[in-house]
Design a protein around this ligand. Structure first.
Ligand SMILES: *[C@@H]1O[C@H](CO)[C@@H](O)[C@H](O)[C@H]1NC(C)=O
Ligand SMILES: *[C@@H]1O[C@H](CO)[C@@H](O)[C@H](O)[C@H]1NC(C)=O
Ligand SMILES: *[C@@H]1O[C@H](CO)[C@@H](O)[C@H](O)[C@H]1NC(C)=O
Length: 337
């Protein structure tokens, strides 16, 4: 157990939870919550029910994650992947010990269902996103670290975690995203409204963002519930809800050089996509609702329209606002589970 009981006891139970009471230990605090848990397809279980295999080389890893049979793949060591890792359905990919590292090419979850990724450090991926979730359902991205460097500008690297093409029922929890420009894009074009609308339901909770540019997250056409995330030095824009997207934002803390915590104004700022128009691109606005109090610090908030995503359709534990920074800094990232 990595958490002290005092910290674990700092979890309170949100209004939506029937039986209140502090979490007994850190494992319980780290359990799956949100859209990947409570959805019409059932709880995300990854490789549960299947065998466990340990891999120590890239070729063995690529083979292990293929197919649809339930399998837990324990990843041990540092991997420089020669090609994107294509993960099939019913898989858990779990870094061994303090976490496995992946560089070279990143990870793609495409046309898959029921995948868990934990305890990896995915860094300096040049070809594409660190993780792309494409036309997939029930994915839990938990306790990973993502990093590169921010000095090369917005287009040197792509996203850290992009969720696209009508993917649905995703939970992104306790990850450490740092030193990177574009973090997490949900919905990759304003032209995909017909495909994406009604999907792209994502929960982001207890993530730590530090020294970032944009997209924490940026969303189009979906619904994202963001609670108890800690944002520090998010230099341009953190949460951006546009193209009819809806966000429910509660219990988050914003610090440092973070000029804009939340915007629903449709303009895609040039600091986000400088390759399109020097003035930015206009999309229609998104929606935002505020739930439990956030601490926006000195960061701006520009809510141009409130939506109807006022309540998450599941149970979840809210951390008291004053404990969010400490708890997230301590609990997020690899080597913690
Ligand atoms: C995942 O595994 C379950 C249980 O074995 C199976 O019923 C299901 O069809 C699998 N999913 C896919 C997409 O094959
Ligand atoms: C906030 O949104 C309005 C549109 O409603 C826009 O005119 C204004 O420039 C936005 N403010 C910022 C700081 O982007
Ligand atoms: C919620 O708002 C959106 C955007 O205005 C609208 O399309 C949708 O029908 C509304 N949903 C409900 C259940 O009212």
């Amino acid at each position: 157990m990595k958490f002290t009981l005092a910290l674990a006891a700092n979890f309170l139970v949100g209004a939506a939870v029937a039986a209140p009471g502090p979490a007994k230990d850190c494992k319980e605090s780290f359990g799956l919550e949100g859209f990947a848990k409570e959805n019409p397809l059932g709880v995300t279980t990854g490789g549960k029910g299947g065998p466990t295999t340990t891999v120590t080389a890239a070729a063995a890893l690529a083979t292990a994650v293929l197919g649809k049979n339930p399998l837990t793949v324990v990843i041990k060591g540092d991997f420089d992947l020669p090609a994107r890792l294509l993960v099939g359905s019913n898989k858990s990919l779990i870094g061994h010990g303090k976490g496995a590292t992946i560089t070279g090419k990143g990870v793609t979850i495409k046309a898959a269902d029921n995948v868990i990724i934990q305890n990896l450090h995915i860094h300096d991926i040049l070809d594409d996103d660190c993780i792309t979730i494409h036309s997939s359902t029930r994915v839990w991205i938990d306790h990973n670290e993502f990093s590169s460097d921010i000095d090369g500008g917005p287009d040197k690297f792509d996203g850290q975690l992009d969720i696209i093409h009508a993917s649905d029922f995703i939970t992104v929890s306790w990850n450490y995203f740092h030193d990177h420009w574009k973090s997490s894009l949900v919905g990759n074009s304003d032209a995909y409204g017909d495909e994406d609308s009604g999907h792209l339901r994502v929960t982001y909770h207890h993530n730590h963002w530090n020294n970032m540019g944009t997209r924490g997250n940026a969303g189009r056409f979906g619904h994202q519930h963001l609670y108890n995330n800690f944002y520090n030095d998010f230099h341009y824009q953190a949460i951006h809800s546009r193209s009819n997207n809806q966000v429910l934002v509660e219990g988050n803390v914003f610090r440092g050089d973070t000029p804009e915590a939340l915007s629903t104004y449709g303009l895609v700022i040039p600091m986000d996509s400088p390759n399109t128009s020097p003035d930015g691109d206009y999309e229609i606005d998104g929606f935002a609702n505020l739930g439990a109090k956030n601490d926006f610090g000195r960061s701006g908030v520009n809510i141009t329209q409130k939506g109807n995503f006022t309540k998450a359709p599941y149970k979840y534990k809210l951390t008291p606002l004053k404990s969010v920074e400490g708890l997230v800094k301590q609990g997020a990232g690899r080597g913690k589970i």
